[in-house]
Write a protein that binds this ligand. Structure first.
Ligand SMILES: Nc1ncnc2c1ncn2[C@@H]1O[C@H](COP(=O)(O)OP(=O)(O)OP(=O)(O)O)[C@@H](O)[C@H]1O
Ligand SMILES: [Mg+2]
Length: 238
């Protein structure tokens, strides 16, 4: 009332706020549906801790042009080097940019597809996993893959999915085992070669060769505790 805006400015103000809150709700819904349970950001990533990692390349990838180009991304490296952190941050960015994204740990994705085989919904579930513009398959190599009865091997199931997505939609993968060990992990070397032929050979590759941030945090905690005088010690000296 004090500013007495004209009708256009008033409408712009009201509708602008409405659009902003609608957009925010849409992003929230996208994050909820993506399967991303942890929100990680590139702002929280300590680049100095991982000097071998090419920050410029990661920031360029975070613009997600590779998703629009339908290219794949494979990040390898030892445990705790920040592979999942980076892809979770990419996933959130994708949600903010309106990209349809789905995140799953490799074991959970395979469990879902094998359960779908058992209850006759396999075709539907495979289609659902094939649909997102960006599929993040996290932690290939972590967790034991148990094959039950006449269930197909993990390699077979993953091959079906990767084959469907290849050149049609972007898949981003992290792994803490060497690509040459995937065959043993997924249970079929021939099919794994076919997966890698599609996925890794044409993908953008990042290998993080550095220390574990988890170990760094644990060491920091331990040395803080060593430095902290215990109450009993203090009362002794008092
Ligand atoms: N450079 C970093 N700066 C800040 N936090 C980091 C960094 N690297 C890793 N972290 C944090 O350390 C923890 C472990 O990292 P992350 O889960 O990304 O490791 P990973 O490479 O996926 O390991 P794994 O192979 O065991 O899955 C996470 O909480 C992550 O946010
Ligand atoms: Mg990980």
């Amino acid at each position: 009332m004090r500013e007495r805006p004209g009708p256009t400015a008033l409408l712009d103000h009201i509708l602008g706020a409405e659009v902003a809150s609608k957009l925010e709700r849409r992003i929230e819904r996208r994050v909820r549906n993506s399967g991303l349970l942890e929100s990680k950001s590139l702002e929280a990533f300590e680049w100095n801790f991982q000097p071998s990692l090419d920050k410029a390349l990661v920031m360029e990838l975070a613009r997600l042009d590779f998703v629009r180009r339908r290219e794949d991304l494979v990040i390898t490296g030892k445990s705790g080097t920040g592979k999942s952190h980076l892809l979770k941050a990419f996933g959130l960015r994708a949600c903010e940019q309106g990209v349809r994204v789905k995140y799953a740990r490799c074991v959970d994705l395979l469990d879902d597809l094998h359960a779908a085989l058992a209850d006759g919904t396999y075709a539907k579930r495979l289609k659902a996993w094939a649909r997102p513009e960006l599929l993040i398959i996290d932690d290939v190599g972590l967790g034991q893959l148990k094959k039950q009865g006449d269930e197909p091997t993990a390699a077979h199931t993953l091959y079906n999915l990767i084959d469907r997505r290849h050149t049609r939609a972007s898949t981003a993968v992290t792994s803490n085992i060497k690509l040459s060990d995937w065959g043993r992990y997924l249970g079929d070397t021939t099919l794994t070669a076919a997966i890698l032929d599609r996925l890794a050979m044409n993908a953008i590759r990042i290998d993080i060769d550095g220390p574990s941030y988890r170990q760094h945090v644990a060491q920091e905690r331990a040395s803080r505790q060593m430095r902290k005088p215990t109450k009993r010690k203090r009362s002794k000296t008092a």
